[in-house]
Design a binder for this molecule. Structure first.
Ligand SMILES: *Cc1c(COP(=O)(O)O)cnc(C)c1O
Length: 396
């Protein structure tokens, strides 16, 4: 697979056309959903060649499927990678990376603010296999760099982080990981390939929960990893056996969502920046976490490594948790749910969603205020979003 033919092509064109430059079954112009478990091969020699990877084709849909393959190709091109492989969910992709590449005695360096499910794999599952995981303070880039340089096999980064939008300096930390000889992995779910390109900054693997902005319509689960053919082959080899395969129907929905990725992300970047600026000066809001704000500690790094600040922000309310109790039901145009990245605005308190398992003390240690509300800003018109938030804030 080569990226040469995509060299001078921009992102929206890639999102629409990558993997879809030819016609499909019976001349179909759109990607068919291939709901077939297996594929016929009348010629036994040709069958053997496909089965041994000498010829392109499909054998069994747990391994490869034509609809899924188009999704993988589109993501590969969007991330500018040599290869890509997909998974049933983002967590299947993340645990696929960790379990395919690590073995007893290996060492992982990461941060405390990774996605909740990832933290559980770090704290509860990798140690069962005698894999050492060091989770550094997310804001302390010196400590992350120093831990990586002590020697590690895998450096796992995520930026911006959930839910307080901390920004890691990718260039600096990736360089430290490479120096240590580690495989450097970046969870790019919050940023998307529109806003941030970790492979161009030297990362080895980029992983997405495609369930979020990639699909963008909150109707399909999926995961994707992009990187070198050498690493992706190892992940694919593990996944085809482990069986956490992306379904063709989900792949179709994700593909359909991807075509409007840049339109959606541009609107969400713009909406989130305007909402963050508005909330920042609102008397009932205590603090706003958004790297697009000039006062945000991650602003400088974000400006260097991101082309947009993403549709994700969070803010804390003045007063106790009652303020959150009163605010949330008043919002008219937002889902109150544990999800993000859809075209609709989604709000939820980490206290009851992503960080429900932690104590108040545990949340404080991560710098998560009890009155924090995480907000995935949708593509609605910003005037309506701001008016809606205003009336809900007035009701507190
Ligand atoms: C949601 C999410 C995941 C997990 O993805 P699923 O598709 O829900 O398994 C991983 N990382 C980040 C940053 C996420 O937001």
């Amino acid at each position: 697979m080569s990226n040469k033919k995509w060299d001078n092509i921009k992102l929206s064109t890639k999102a629409v056309w990558a993997g879809e430059e030819h016609t499909f079954f019976e001349g179909a112009a759109q990607v068919p959903i291939v709901n077939s478990v297996s594929y016929n091969h009348d010629d036994v020699d040709e069958w053997f060649e496909v089965a041994t990877g000498k010829r392109t084709g499909h054998i069994y849909s747990r391994n490869t499927n034509p609809t899924v393959a188009v999704f993988e190709e589109k993501m590969r091109v969007l991330e500018g990678a040599e290869a890509a492989t997909s998974f049933s969910t983002g967590m299947a992709a993340i645990s696929g990376i960790l379990f395919a590449l690590l073995s007893p005695g290996k060492r992982v360096v990461s941060v405390k603010d990774t996605y909740g499910g990832t933290s559980v794999v770090f704290m509860e599952h990798l140690p069962r296999f005698n894999i050492d995981v060091t989770m550094c303070e997310t804001q302390d880039q010196d400590a992350i760099e120093a831990e990586a340089l002590k020697g590690c096999d895998l450096l796992y980064l995520e930026t911006p982080t959930n839910p307080t939008m901390k920004v890691l300096d990718l260039k600096r930390l990736i360089a430290a990981g490479k120096k240590a000889g580690a495989v450097v992995v970046v969870d790019n779910t919050f940023a998307t390939p529109i806003n941030q390109n970790p492979l161009a900054l030297g990362a080895d693997l980029v992983v997405h929960s495609a369930t979020k902005f990639i699909g963008g319509h909150s109707d399909a689960l999926g995961g994707i990893v992009c990187g070198s053919k050498h690493l992706i082959d190892q992940l694919y080899g593990f996944r085809e056996i482990n069986g956490a395969t992306l379904d063709a129907n989900s792949a179709y929905l994700l593909l359909r969502g991807l075509k409007t990725l840049k339109l959606r992300i541009n609107q969400q970047n713009s909406n989130a920046l305007q909402l963050a600026n508005h909330l920042y000066q609102h008397p009932k809001v205590e603090q706003v976490f958004y790297p697009g704000l000039e006062t945000d500690p991650g602003h400088k790094t974000a400006t260097e490594q991101m082309s947009g600040f993403s549709g994700m922000l969070s803010f804390s309310l003045k007063g106790g948790f009652d303020a959150v109790r009163n605010f949330l039901p008043q919002i008219r145009f937002a889902h109150r749910a544990a999800h993000l990245g859809g075209v609709e605005t989604i709000v939820g308190p980490p206290r009851t969603t992503s960080h429900v398992e932690l104590s108040e003390e545990g949340r404080r240690k991560l710098g998560i205020p009890e009155t924090l509300i995480r907000c995935s800003v949708g593509i609605e018109d910003i005037e309506d979003i701001i008016a809606d938030f205003n009336q809900a804030l007035d009701s507190i």
